[in-house]
Design a protein around this ligand. Structure first.
Ligand code: TXA
Ligand code: MG
Length: 349
C-alpha cells in the first residue's frame, strides 16, 4: 500500500488536506493523526472492518481494546448506557485533553472496539487537527497509538513513518506531540473510580473532583500475580529494541550505580545508553548520555521519554540504563512507561 503523507499545520489547517483525510476515514481507510498526547492510528469507529485493519497494521493483540475519540460531549451519549454525574464533571473539566474515560458501552459500540468487554474507552483530544478530523467525519474515530505494538508510542510523524509506512493510507504530519505520553485511562464504569493507566491528567488533578479515586496497583508495580484491569497494561510496552534497566532512589545513589554498571558493561564490549536528567548529566563520563530534562520539570521529561528510547534504537545500543523519578504528579506516568519499557526491571538503589 502507498502511504500518503499530508503535512498540516495545527494553527492554519488546510481545508483540502483535512477533507482528504476525512474522506479516507469515512470510506473505511486508516489515517494516522497527531494528538496532544501521542500520534493515533484512526479508523471509523462504527465500521468493524475498518477497526479490524487497525489491529493488523499495528500487529496488535485482539484482546486489547481501542479508544473512541469524539469532538463533543454530546457525541458520547449514543456510545454509553449512561453518563454518571462524576463522568460529566470530568469531561467538562478535562476535555478536550489527555483523559480517557471508561463507561458501560451501548449496543452501538462494536465488541471489536472493546475487545469483548462491556465498557468503552472515550476521549476528546485537544489537538486541533484531531478535533477537526473527528468533527468533519461526524463519527467517533477509533484510535490506538500509531506505533507497531510493543514499540514506544510515536510523538512525531517521523516515528509513525518508521513503524507504519506502507501499512496505512494516510499519515498526517502535524509536528511534535506536546505531552508525549498517552492519556490517563480512568474507569468510571463501576463502583470504584480507578486510574487504569496514568497519563497527562494526574491523580493529583483528579482527586479534586473524585476524592475516593483509586489507582490500579498493577500500573506501578510489575508482579506476575497482579492482573492489570486494563488489557494494554499486561504487555511489555513502549519498549526499545535493547534491554533496559531503570534505577530509582536517591539521586546520588542512582548516579553512582549507573556509573559503575556502565563501566562494567563497556569493559565487556557493550554499547551503553544512559537516560539521565539535566541535574546529573555532567557526572556521566562514559556511554551515550541523553538527558530528558530537569528533575524539577516532569512535563519535559514526559515529553522526551519516548523519543529518547527511539534515539537509542538508532544508536544500536546494547543496553539502556535509565534514571527513575519520584512518583508525584506526572512521575507516576513516567515511571509506569519506564516499568513497561524495561519489562519491570526497576531497581531501588
Ligand atoms: O493518548 C492516548 O490515549 C492515545 C491517543 C492516540 O489518543 N491513544 C492510546 O491508545 O494510547 P492505546 O490503544 O495505545 O491505549 C489505550 C489503552 C490500552 O491500554 C487499552 O487496554 C485501554 O486503553 N483500554 C481501552 N479500552 C478499554 C476498556 N474498555 N477497558 C479497559 N482498558 C481499556
Ligand atoms: Mg498504545
Amino acid at each position: 500500500m502507498d502511504t500518503k503523507i499530508l503535512k498540516i499545520i495545527e494553527d492554519n489547517i488546510d481545508e483540502n488536506l483535512i477533507n482528504e483525510a476525512v474522506d479516507k476515514i469515512k470510506s473505511g481507510g486508516l489515517v494516522a493523526f497527531p494528538t496532544e498526547t501521542v500520534y493515533g492510528l484512526g479508523a471509523n469507529g462504527f465500521d468493524e472492518s475498518a477497526a479490524k485493519k487497525i489491529f493488523i497494521a499495528k500487529g496488535r493483540p485482539q484482546d486489547n481494546p481501542l479508544i473512541l475519540h469524539v469532538s463533543s460531549i454530546d457525541q458520547v451519549e449514543e456510545l454509553v448506557m449512561k453518563i454518571p454525574e462524576v463522568a460529566k464533571k470530568c469531561m467538562e473539566k478535562f476535555w478536550p485533553g489527555p483523559l480517557t474515560i471508561l463507561l458501560k458501552k451501548s449496543d452501538k459500540v462494536s465488541s471489536i472496539i472493546t475487545a469483548g468487554l462491556n465498557t468503552v474507552a472515550i476521549r476528546m483530544p485537544e489537538n486541533k487537527i484531531a478535533l477537526e478530523l473527528i468533527k468533519k467525519s461526524n463519527i467517533p474515530i477509533a484510535a490506538p497509538s500509531a506505533n507497531t505494538s510493543g514499540r514506544p508510542s510515536p510523538t512525531s510523524a517521523k516515528h509513525v513513518i518508521e513503524d507504519l509506512n506502507g501499512k496505512v493510507d494516510i499519515i498526517i504530519d502535524g509536528g511534535n506531540a506536546g505531552i508525549g505520553l498517552e492519556s490517563t485511562v480512568l474507569d468510571l464504569s463501576g463502583e470504584i473510580p480507578m486510574i487504569l493507566r496514568p497519563g497527562g491528567i494526574t491523580k493529583e488533578d483528579l482527586i479534586k473532583i473524585i476524592p475516593n479515586i483509586e489507582v490500579d496497583f498493577a500500573i506501578i508495580k510489575e508482579d506476575e500475580n497482579i492482573v492489570p484491569k486494563s488489557p494494554g497494561q499486561k504487555y511489555r510496552h513502549y519498549a526499545p529494541k535493547s534491554e533496559m534497566i531503570v534505577y530509582n532512589g536517591e539521586v546520588r545513589n542512582i548516579v553512582e550505580t549507573i556509573s559503575v554498571k556502565t563501566k562494567e558493561y563497556i569493559s565487556n564490549g557493550k554499547i551503553v545508553g544512559i537516560i539521565c536528567t539535566d541535574e546529573t548529566k555532567e557526572f556521566y563520563k562514559e556511554g551515550i548520555v541523553i538527558s530528558m530534562g530537569s528533575r524539577k520539570d516532569k512535563k519535559t521529561i514526559a515529553h522526551n521519554l519516548f523519543n529518547t528510547l527511539r534515539l537509542f534504537d538508532e544508536e544500536n545500543v546494547d543496553i539502556i540504563l535509565g534514571e527513575g523519578v519520584d512518583f508525584s504528579f506526572l512521575g507516576t506516568a513516567i515511571m509506569n512507561r519506564m516499568m513497561k519499557a524495561s519489562g519491570g526491571k526497576i531497581i531501588e538503589v
